[in-house]
Ligand binder design. Structure first.
Ligand SMILES: Cc1ncc(COP(=O)(O)O)c(C=O)c1O
Length: 388
């Protein structure tokens, strides 16, 4: 690899760049996680994390990655043989339904083209047809990190309400929380699954379940086996700011600082910043003469853009050139999309010039890889960035 000075550009759609104040906060000495100083930190975080989810209810924090929080959402609310409705929006939705299947749940997996979000119309149809109320949960990945498509959770909620169906709504916000507008309470989401390493600007290793009263009630009768993920001992310990096992203390120092940064900027401003950077990225991609994977204007992701490369081009080779020449990591095409797309992450601690640098690296990498692009793509992006 070419010698790299300066900072690496980590423009994958998570883990994201960790801001310096967060890194500094995490370097403080680890303290006794059963002592009074920790209990104060625990209480503060359990309270202050709520607005990011748009909830006033409990948020559970696990020392685990997002996959663990997926599992927690399922095992706390469902029983073997329960029917769940899932949508093939991409790689992560596919993995979550495989997990559900592995737990002995009966999964109705609505197939998709990886270019659209979960369909509110199909939710409405499936639930209206389920007059016996056999479907116990609808599982949706809010922002499909593999495709850059954001499902319309508010519309899905409306479809569930219109069908007057009691199914729980479980939503994965791993690559949307703290980047794309999200409203756990308003959309009556029952379990919101999240992770530390994307919009929250922390390293990987912490994940979350925001839970509704309906989900808590379901957890009293849910029979899937659980010990580590069990909400009840967690909520009991959380009353005192503590945890039933060792929490990731230093990530929690980082979380306190990351929340301070998000609230200082203001969540609506954070969401607007992400939407603007996403628009500038799409302007570049289309200006270059390339195609954005997402096909529905209402569903473009604020946190990442997946770019289709022309037929005959290997997207992984383009990424390799960009890494080697410009020290920038871009997201690979996952699953069915391997080699066909690369993904530009524009989430977390990110500003106009970081995006301009990122797009300049992509532009040069495409040219060096022999992909014919229109040089006006960069201008189109800069025009968006120059506007208010
Ligand atoms: C949407 C989504 N869901 C789930 C996961 C899995 O999370 P983790 O890798 O933290 O276990 C990811 C990881 O990138 C993701 O993007």
């Amino acid at each position: 690899m070419t010698y790299a000075s300066g900072r690496h550009f980590l423009q994958i759609p998570g883990p994201t760049n960790v801001p310096d104040p967060v890194l500094r906060a995490m370097s403080a000495p680890t303290i006794d996680h059963r002592g009074p100083e920790f209990a104060e930190l625990g209480r503060e975080l359990l309270r202050d994390i709520k607005p990011v989810f748009g909830t006033t209810g409990p948020v559970i924090m696990y020392p685990a990655t997002g996959t663990g929080a997926w599992e927690a959402a399922l095992v706390n609310t469902l029983s073997p043989g329960d029917k769940v409705l899932c949508f093939e929006t991409g790689h992560f939705a596919t993995l979550w339904q495989e997990m559900a299947h592995g737990f002995g749940l009966e999964v109705d997996f609505v197939l998709g083209d990886w270019r659209h979000g979960a369909s509110p119309e199909i939710v409405a149809e499936k639930l209206a047809a389920d007059t016996a109320h056999e479907i116990k949960a609808v599982c949706v990945v809010h922002n499909e990190t593999s495709t850059g498509v954001t499902s319309r959770v508010g519309d899905i909620r409306a479809a569930i309400d219109d069908a007057d169906h009691p199914a729980l709504l479980l939503v994965d916000t791993i690559s949307s929380l703290g980047s794309i507008d999200y409203r756990h309470d308003e959309w009556k989401v029952d379990v919101t699954v999240a992770g530390s390493q994307k919009g929250l600007m922390l390293p990987p290793g912490m994940s979350f379940n925001a839970v509704s009263e309906k989900a808590l009630a379901a957890s009293k009768t849910a029979r899937l086996p659980r010990t580590f993920w069990d909400w009840q001992p967690m909520l009991a310990a959380n009353e005192r700011g503590l945890f039933p096992y060792t929490p990731n203390t230093n990530l929690m120092y980082g979380l306190k600082e990351a929340l301070r940064l998000l609230y200082e900027e203001g969540l609506p401003n954070v969401f607007a910043r992400h939407a603007r950077h996403a628009a500038a990225t799409r302007a570049a991609v289309r200006g270059w003469g390339l195609e954005v994977l997402c096909l529905d204007e209402r569903e473009h992701s604020g946190s990442l853009t997946a770019v289709l490369v022309p037929e005959g081009v290997d997207a992984d080779k383009v990424r390799a050139v960009i890494l080697d020449r410009f020290d920038m990591s871009l997201g690979a095409g996952l699953g069915k999309l391997a080699g066909k797309v690369f993904r530009i992450g524009h989430l977390g601690a990110f500003n106009d010039l970081t995006l301009a640098g990122t797009l300049a690296g992509v532009h040069m990498g495409l040219v060096l890889s022999g992909v014919r692009i229109d040089a006006r793509g960069m201008d189109a992006a800069l025009e968006v960035l120059q506007s208010d």
